[in-house]
Design a protein. Structure first.
Length: 212
């Protein structure tokens, strides 16, 4: 007897579950600061091999710097922070590092956005934006994150094993000096080569810089 061969990719196998168990095609989740790390099982489905936006809303002073949010750890993840007055991202693609530099951050009530597009074949790109209307350049963020990281979401610091060891050596856990109000994660369509990428309805629309 010859059994059928399974030629799906690891990503397809990871997500190949009955429709009622699949991650929501679109969602918007809000997370508050001053709590424990949000578990990776909550965060991974929101960003795994799909389009997503993460919005941090905060009050910023001229001398404030630090981590706005961090997802993951030394195995893989991302950390958004303010250093030397500018919005910055380190992306740890399971040992492949990419950096994005965004706009300078003025004082006042601010919204900072990381926008990521999943392009297929585990490739993605991203950019940083502010509510001032300024945006950084698109840059590579590959390979896409799936479930290979151990830590979930930290807000206002990067505790335990850091996403970026160089940042840890410079600043420790790098607690943000201003006030963070919340972090929003908007999940969008899956990468186009996912087996069920087109099976889910319309994408939710909202402006992450102005909607509440």
């Amino acid at each position: 007897m010859v059994y059928p061969l399974d030629n799906r990719t690891p990503a397809e196998k990871f997500f190949e579950v009955p429709p009622h168990q699949r991650p929501s095609p679109t969602s918007r989740r809000r997370f508050l600061p001053n709590g424990q790390t949000v578990h990776r099982n909550v965060i991974a489905p929101l960003i795994g091999n799909r389009n997503f936006k993460i919005v941090a809303r905060f009050r910023h002073g001229a001398a404030d710097e630090g981590v706005l949010f961090a997802i993951g750890d030394v195995a893989g993840g991302l950390v958004l922070y303010i250093e030397d007055g500018a919005l910055r991202l380190t992306y740890n693609g399971f040992g492949r590092f990419h950096a994005l530099v965004g706009p300078a951050v003025p004082e006042g009530e601010r919204s900072a956005v990381l926008e990521v597009e999943a392009l297929g074949r585990r490739r993605s790109r991203g950019r940083l934006m502010l509510d001032t209307g300024e945006a950084g350049e698109w840059g590579e963020l590959s390979p896409t994150l799936m479930g290979g990281f151990h830590e979930g979401l930290d807000i206002g610091l990067d505790r335990r094993a850091p996403v970026d060891w160089a940042l840890r050596e410079r600043h420790g856990i790098f607690r943000y000096g201003g006030t963070i109000h919340d972090v929003l994660i908007e999940s969008g369509p899956f990468a186009p080569d996912m087996s069920f990428a087109g099976a889910s309805g319309q994408t939710q629309t909202y402006d992450p810089l102005t909607d509440t």
